[in-house]
Ligand binder design. Structure first.
Ligand SMILES: NC(=O)c1ccc[n+]([C@@H]2O[C@H](COP(=O)([O-])OP(=O)(O)OC[C@H]3O[C@@H](n4cnc5c(N)ncnc54)[C@H](OP(=O)(O)O)[C@@H]3O)[C@@H](O)[C@H]2O)c1
Length: 374
């Protein structure tokens, strides 16, 4: 295998969930690279294939349809799979198990059997690591993190992301010299990301923008003493490109590994949200003396527990509420993450600071008509 990765072709890249927030940015970035021959994006909704992008093809495929997934691999023969698909954190246990765990397991097996697939990059999450939340005394390193499994005492999103993260790392098996093709071999990497934000975000930022100039923007949950990690979408894409470059070029020290990826500058939760409110023109945040309503956690958590039970009973336990203790646990505990391993081994350096990322994100939503921006 040549190490001259700048001239070697990267062939076809398959991006699962290519119509999603992260997936769509990854698709655009790879499609713009001359060394990429074509990008196949899979998804369940053809409308999410968005605009025409040269070299990009959309394939309708539910990732739980194993036959269809195998057929796509056989037809397009990708060299690299970037697996971004996940249900949202509040999807049911059954969906988390089916999509995050079983479908990832199957995709890995199919990729490994395939003679052409060389690299598999999994978009994991810092929530794959149960010990990550609340680790704020020093930045948590990958070798200190305890990865969740299906039996962990955590939400099903966190358990299944952790279990899939482990599956991906364990599937790593470098091709020995003399092997005729990549059948039975695969190079894998997990990229563990915190909350993503940026243009086309459909969760974090729109929820905050909906609060601009309402009482919601004045709420403060708890004392706001802990810090959190964030990841601007361009930095997330960069990490996926760098991991691909390493796996196709010089995988030593990278394959079979997990990497934390963040903006590199942890921020208090409300520092982040208030920067968004301010940038979006919230009058309170732009006043001389902004006022806040502090809701202590000792009051909030029992109220949320009651709300969760009411919601669960009303939906016959088929759904999980979007506002629950799960969100506020994250806010309460905080998190600090080290990206030194990513810097050293992937050559990752965040391109965009969180401050700049917030400005670019709000500017994008202003241009693209977020409902509550005024
Ligand atoms: N966003 C964050 O803050 C964050 C934080 C940490 C980690 N991550 C990880 O980053 C990755 C991407 O997240 P994102 O924010 O870009 O999510 P997203 O916008 O919801 O995209 C996820 C994609 O997965 C697709 N999908 C879900 N179930 C599927 C299925 N059964 N078959 C085929 N496609 C399916 C969705 O398609 P539909 O539109 O058809 O549902 C969607 O296009 C995920 O792995 C997530 O765990 C995200």
């Amino acid at each position: 295998m040549s190490n001259n990765v700048e001239t070697d072709s990267w062939g076809t890249i398959l991006v699962t969930g290519g119509g999603g927030f992260l997936g769509s940015h990854i698709v655009e970035a790879f499609a713009a690279m001359p060394k990429v021959h074509q990008v196949i994006m899979t998804g369940r909704n053809r409308k999410k294939s968005r605009k025409y992008i040269p070299k990009v093809k959309f394939e309708l495929c539910d990732i739980t349809d194993f036959d269809k997934t195998k057929e796509i691999l056989a037809r397009f023969q990708p060299k690299v799979i970037i697996h971004t698909i996940s249900p949202g954190p509040f999807a049911t246990k059954e969906i988390q198990l089916e999509v995050n765990y079983a479908a990832t397991k199957h995709l890995l097996e199919a990729a490994k059997q395939d003679a052409g697939v060389q690299a598999f990059i999994y978009t994991s999450s810092i929530e794959a690591c149960s010990s990550a939340l609340g680790h704020i005394s020093s930045p948590l390193r990958e070798d200190e993190a305890r990865v969740n499994n299906l039996k962990s005492k955590d939400y099903w999103y966190c358990r299944t992301k952790g279990a899939a993260d482990t599956l991906v790392r364990e599937a790593n098996s470098p091709k020995p010299n003399g092997a005729k093709d990549w059948g039975d071999y695969l190079l894998t990497v997990c990229l563990r990301t915190p909350g993503l934000y940026g243009p086309r975000d459909s969760t974090i930022v729109p929820a905050m923008l909906a609060m601009v100039n309402t009482a919601g923007a004045r709420m403060q949950y708890g004392p706001d003493t802990t810090v959190h990690e964030w990841l601007y979408i361009e930095n997330a894409v960069l990490a996926h490109v760098l991991a691909t470059r390493k796996l196709l070029g010089d995988p030593h020290g990278v394959c079979g590994e997990a990497f934390f990826i963040t903006d590199g500058t942890p921020m208090k939760f409300h520092q982040f949200t208030r920067a968004i409110f301010k940038e979006a023109g919230d009058r309170n945040m732009n006043s001389q003396n902004p006022k806040f309503i502090v809701i202590p956690f000792w009051l909030l958590f029992p109220l949320l527990a009651v709300w969760e039970w009411v919601y669960r009973i009303a939906t016959l336990c088929r759904k999980w509420p979007y506002v629950s203790r799960q969100n506020f646990l994250y806010i309460r505990k905080g998190i600090r993450i080290s990206i030194e391993k990513s810097r050293e081994r992937l050559g990752y350096e965040p391109k965009v600071t969180t401050e700049e990322g917030i400005c670019r994100t709000v500017a994008w939503f202003k241009r693209n008509g977020a409902k509550k921006l005024n």
